[in-house]
Design a protein around this ligand. Structure first.
Ligand SMILES: O=P(O)(O)O[C@H]1O[C@H](CO)[C@@H](O)[C@H]1O
Ligand SMILES: O=c1cc[nH]c(=O)[nH]1
Length: 289
């Protein structure tokens, strides 16, 4: 029995922040950061059966070519991903209990629009599969160390990243879902996303304040880890993927982060047709799911 202070329901029975009832959680969930982008996805649907808005969480539920999707905005940052993954899971689990008598895994897909600092033209589509930021130091509270079960390779990369960037913590390094990548990623560029707890300093931008490490971007660009699986390099910045991949692994969901590259940090360019790039990625993703 979970106490009402832990699993908080609104008077209509919907879950606290997302404002969703069990039936609003489809087997496949598409998440976007920008609340305005939910309609950019659902305008492709054949029908929309439900819409709601609560804070930055906008949800549309509908059908695309006969398949039911929930499309949901998260707002920016991994703190919101904690809310979305926990609340969508709890609401969805309840639906599955009612429908099937037992919970089972759902696939959750993620569409984001981050910035690449790799040397490729702004505007190129990409799809990335590693990410991370986890504080492993600090006060030892019971929840400070997650039982994430990183693979050997993930731990190796995390340790080397920590050393080479001089970080006071080891980042998470978590691989996305291989099957979803095969299903959705054909023809897209594969890469490794660095999830940052901010857009400016944490992504090496300096507008009014100097960076503590002036060579931060160069250090990230030059990072290499060679293993039997191939060469690991960092590809792009965004602000949520690590949260999805870590919580997806812990909760047992298939998760893939798709990133439209709109800002090229190596050349200093922002794509002129960013909206069209994002739209093309949305359509391609829907067609493949
Ligand atoms: O456009 P969305 O999907 O929000 O994604 C990216 O854009 C936001 C920053 O501008 C961050 O959320 C980042 O992850
Ligand atoms: O540069 C960018 C662009 C979008 N989102 C990010 O997190 N960074």
């Amino acid at each position: 029995m979970i106490q009402s202070s832990e699993l908080i329901l609104n008077p209509d029975g919907s879950i606290y922040h997302l404002n969703l009832l069990p039936d609003h959680i489809s087997d496949t969930i598409l998440t976007v950061g920008d609340p305005g982008r939910v309609a950019q996805v659902s305008r492709h649907f054949d029908s929309i059966e439900f819409e709601t808005t609560h804070r930055e969480f906008v949800t549309h539920v509908g059908y695309y070519r006969g398949k039911r999707f929930t499309v949901l905005s998260t707002g920016m940052g991994t703190d919101n991903i904690d809310i979305v993954m926990n609340e969508a899971r709890c609401a969805g689990e309840h639906r599955l209990h009612v429908a099937h008598g037992a919970p089972r895994s759902r696939a959750a897909q993620v569409a984001h629009h981050p910035a690449g600092h790799q040397r490729q033209p702004a505007g190129r589509r990409a799809h990335w599969h590693h990410a991370g930021h986890r504080a492993r130091r600090g006060p030892r509270q019971p929840h400070a160390v997650l039982p994430l079960m990183e693979t050997g390779l993930e731990t190796e990369i995390a340790t080397e990243l920590q050393q080479s960037l001089g970080l006071p913590f080891a980042p998470y390094v978590v691989r996305g879902d291989d099957l979803l990548r095969e299903q959705v990623g054909a023809g897209m560029v594969m890469g490794n996303t660095l999830t940052c707890p901010g857009f400016y300093g944490p992504q090496g931008r300096s507008l009014r304040l100097d960076l503590r490490q002036p060579d931060y971007i160069a250090r990230l660009q030059n990072f290499r880890h060679q293993s039997a699986e191939g060469l690991f390099r960092l590809s792009n910045f965004e602000m949520e993927t690590a949260g999805y991949y870590s919580l997806g692994r812990l909760l047992g969901h298939e998760v893939l982060s798709l990133n439209a590259i709109v800002a090229n940090r190596a050349t200093g360019e922002f794509a002129e047709n960013a909206g069209a790039i994002v739209d093309a990625m949305i359509e391609r993703t829907l067609q493949r799911l």
